[in-house]
Ligand binder design. Structure first.
Ligand SMILES: Cc1ncc(COP(=O)(O)O)c(C=O)c1O
Length: 401
């Protein structure tokens, strides 16, 4: 653990004169030195635009950037590198999908989402539905925060053109049975998009084994920089879909009489890409590959179990998301204590957690609450940090009650 933590320079800083305890990993993970140094190295020695130069720097930058595409392909086991599109993150990937896959939909079609989606898997579809008569159906969840899969299946009909569902809930921590969802949807010829933002750094993802049609995620939630993300799509869909944005890179030929588009994956990558952060993503993948997912899961589940016991010991705590099948995300409320007050007090103790709606307002409404406190774990969090958290929580209880 000491060696892992030494990789993350930020973990040795203090906050309010206390050692930083960072439990906000579902919002964004911290970055290891290898990622920080790779970005630094790129800007010091290789910075150049990709694909179009004949000079040495352009070639080096292109090789590095395209090499990361291969790494991502390998990391999620995509069939082809043409299926890996660089984006700014999950949100942009979802907007790309709603725009370009959305172009294939017709008035009267419907798509299915779930009650536990992040806004970025809701609002892009609502924007699409402003221009086309698309119905958005919403699958329910059970009391323990698991998806009501029977309800989801019952929503599928001959007009359903997509099921778009999160792999892991950023509020409840629930790991959804995406393989089963994909199997049921495919039986009815319905493609499935998976929001992998909260899964990619915590459980193994194999897009061919899942057989999902699309899989999207953000680099910054898996130890990579902000501003880089991925849309994986099966070639058969990406070929049919029109481009998202227009500009350089995504074209084959341009004239005022008409423009032809580049081949995959470049058709969906208009303009100068985020080369430096893509290189950071490559290093983050290498970092993650230094662990086994069994190790990661065991560690994060142990943290989840311990924080749950600590909170239970304080009494008067309500948990949101109690499925057995969950990652290291724990949402809770302490009776009669506003999450914002508790979060502010924890910050004074150097402890970073998240409070609020977590970009999931429909879920909050469904749960009948204004927001939660959320602690979310990563490979560098320790049991000792939870001991400090336990003391802080007891102090909050005694002050506020
Ligand atoms: C489940 C889920 N989907 C999508 C997103 C949006 O990711 P980003 O802000 O990196 O685009 C998040 C971010 O918290 C998330 O947790």
């Amino acid at each position: 653990m000491e060696a892992i933590r030494a990789e993350f320079p930020i973990l040795s800083r203090t906050v309010n004169n206390k050692p930083l305890i960072y439990f906000d990993n579902a919002a964004s993970t911290q970055k290891p030195l290898s990622v920080i140094e790779a970005i630094d190295h790129y800007y010091r020695f290789q910075n150049s635009n990709v694909h179009r130069g004949v000079h040495q720097l352009a070639n080096e930058a292109t090789i590095a950037y395209e090499g990361v595409r291969d790494q991502v392909q390998n990391f999620i086991n995509a069939r082809s590198r043409s299926e890996i599109i660089f984006t700014r993150g999950t949100t942009e990937s979802m907007n790309l999908l709603a725009h370009s896959f959305g172009a294939l939909l017709h008035d009267g079609d419907n798509i299915i989402l779930t009650m536990m989606e992040h806004h970025s898997n809701i609002v892009p579809w609502q924007l699409l539905a402003r221009n086309k008569k698309i119905n958005i159906k919403v699958a329910n969840i059970h009391k323990n925060g698991e998806l009501d899969i029977d309800h989801l299946i019952s929503l599928m009909d001959e007009k359903t053109k997509l099921v778009s569902v999160t792999h892991v809930s950023n509020v409840l921590g629930t790991i959804n049975p995406v393989k089963e969802i994909i199997y049921e949807a495919h039986k009815r010829d319905i493609p499935v998009a998976i929001d992998g933002a909260q899964a990619i750094a915590h459980i193994p993802v194999n897009v061919q084994a899942l057989d999902c049609d699309f899989y999207v995620f953000s680099g910054h939630k898996m130890y990579a920089p902000m501003g880089i993300g991925i849309l994986y799509g099966k070639e058969k869909w990406l070929e049919q879909m029109p481009p998202y944005q227009g500009g350089g890179e995504m074209i084959k030929n341009v004239s005022f009489d008409g423009t032809t588009f580049n081949e995959l994956p470049y058709k969906f990558e208009a303009g100068t890409p985020n080369v430096g952060d893509a290189i950071g993503l490559g290093k983050a993948i290498e970092f993650l590959q230094g662990f086994s997912f069994t190790e990661i899961i065991e560690h994060e589940v142990a943290m989840t179990k311990k924080i749950t016991d600590i909170l239970k010991d304080t009494g008067d705590v309500t948990f949101y998301g109690t499925s057995e099948n969950k990652v290291g995300v724990v949402s809770f409320l302490m009776n009669n204590i506003h999450p914002y007050d508790a979060g502010t007090f924890l910050d004074k103790m150097g402890i970073a957690i998240r409070t609020g709606t977590h970009c999931a307002e429909p879920l909050m409404k469904h749960l009948g609450i204004m927001g939660t406190m959320r602690a979310s774990f990563s490979i560098y969090n320790t049991e000792e940090e939870l001991d400090t958290f336990a003391v802080a929580i007891q102090t909050i209880k005694s002050i506020f009650e």
